[in-house]
Structures are given as C-alpha cells and as structure tokens.
Write a protein that binds this ligand. Structure first.
Ligand code: KIV
Length: 266
C-alpha cells in the first residue's frame, strides 16, 4: 500500500497523485482495480449519496458506515476519512476522539479536516499527537457554505491569497502531510505547490498542484451539477437509465424472465 512517504516521494519526483472519492464497496473495489493512489471517503457523500443540499448534515456515524465498506472494497489502498462538520470544532479532546473513532472503525489511514484558522491548526496538532495523519483542506471548504453564501471561486484578491498562503504554511508547520485546495485560481495553486514541502491536491485549483481529487459521481456523469472544474470521463446516466427502462418494459411485457433465467429441477 502507498503511504505518506510514497506521496512525498511522488511530489519530489513530480509524479502526479490521483485521489478519487468512493463511498461503498463496489466503487472502492473498482478504484483499487484502476490504481487510484488515494481514496477519499468524503463528506460529499451527504450530497451524492444522501441527496442533501450541503455536506453539513453528515455525521461521524455516516463516514464510519460508508468508510467500512470502502475499506472492504479497497484493502490495499490508502484511505482518507473526512471529519464531518462540528466533529473537530468544539474542543481538542472531542476532535481527537472523533478522529480516532474514524480511524479505528473504518480502517482509514488518515483524516481530513477543513480550514486554517488558529483553532483548526490546534485541532490538527492535537490529532497528529494521537498518531493520526491529517490532510488539510483550504479554499472552497464546503462546510463553510453558510459563511460563503454560495459555492464559488475563493481567494480572488491579493489579501485573501496572502492569507491562504499564511494558513497553508501554518498547517504544514502544524504537521499536516497533505493539503487539498478547492476552487482557487490556478496561479495561487501553483504558488502554494511551490511554497510547500507537503503534496497539494487540487480540485478546481488548476494544472500545477501535485495531484488531483474528483468526486466519483462527477467523473462518471452521475451528478446533477457540472461545475467548470469537473471533467466527465463518461456519461453513465444514459446507459443506466436505458437499461432500467428496458428491464421495466421486459417485465411488463413478459419478456423477462426468459427460459434462460429460469430453474428447472431434475
Ligand atoms: O468531501 C469531498 O468529497 C471532498 C473533496 C471534494 C475534496 O472534500
């Protein structure tokens, strides 16, 4: 299994790191089969698996339930479990306990949390102190949606960009071993990637980050939304709905089951 050292080496050798979300056994199994470097059990599951409008309702129990299935499907892949909203905000002790629950109950290798404020940095340090590797996440952090008001590009002006660079350096200093950068200008993604020793993983952060992360449903054409930063590698929605429609028609017209699908005991 790849590990933190592998990802540092990949950065140094400029080998791109590929991260993909997965939420269940079957998608995790296919991701491992396709040599995805890292699987993220993202709290995006709130939107793509549970039909919520934001990620805010996702709980630790949700991440644990989905994460367990992901580990079963991908026993040899490095897995990151997302820490849900309010599972690391209240105090250091509950942040440590919630991070440990995710690791112990899912078999994930690391946790990810959003933000770069002083209290987030304290949470990062405290979780690492429990021997749990931490991935940081800056830019369009979806758990801050009520502060942002909408899902849009972040750090568009110089002041915000300088602030993000400061936060990224502080997160690296605190011990985060990787940084996800979401929906920021390409120039800032490049500057951060060059300034940091830890690998950067972009989603809508341009071409120069050390790796990319995408949501399973987005690359396969199963999402309702299509932000600019998503590339649909296939459009599974139509083949799937065609197959289901054909099944419905065949049952209604007595074409399925056919003799070939039927048991005849001797
Ligand atoms: O929850 C998630 O899937 C994420 C990625 C989009 C980075 O945080």
């Amino acid at each position: 299994m790849k590990n933190i050292e592998t990802f540092f080496t990949m950065k140094v050798k400029q080998e791109k790191i590929v991260m993909l979300t997965a939420y269940d056994y079957s998608s995790a199994k296919l991701s491992e089969l396709c040599d995805v470097d890292i699987i993220l059990v993202g709290d995006s599951l709130g939107m793509v698996m549970q039909g919520e409008e934001t990620t805010l309702h996702v709980t630790s129990e949700d991440i644990i339930r989905y994460g367990k299935s992901v580990r079963k499907g991908a026993p040899n892949t490095f897995i990151i479990a997302d820490m849900p909203y309010m599972s690391y905000h209240l105090d250091i002790h509950s942040a440590q306990k919630n991070a440990a629950d995710l690791i112990l109950q899912t078999g994930a290798n690391a946790v990810k949390l959003e933000g770069g404020s002083v209290s987030r940095i304290e949470a990062v340090k405290a979780i690492i102190d429990c021997e749990i590797p931490v991935v940081a996440h800056l830019g369009l952090t979806p758990q801050s949606i009520n502060r942002f008001g909408e899902y849009s590009v972040q750090a568009k002006n110089k002041k915000e960009q300088e602030n993000m660079i400061k936060q990224a350096l502080a997160l690296e200093e605190a011990g985060a071993f990787m940084l996800v950068l979401e929906c920021i200008p390409e120039g800032l993604g490049k500057e951060l990637t060059e300034a940091l020793h830890i690998p950067t993983i972009g989603i809508g952060a341009g071409r120069y980050t050390d790796g990319q992360v995408m949501v399973w449903h987005d690359i396969l054409g199963l999402s309702d939304m299509q932000p600019k930063f998503v590339k649909k590698y296939t459009d599974l929605k139509h083949p799937i709905t065609d197959a289901i429609k054909e099944y419905v028609t065949e049952v209604k017209t007595d074409k399925f089951p056919a003799k070939a699908n039927t048991y005849y005991p001797k």
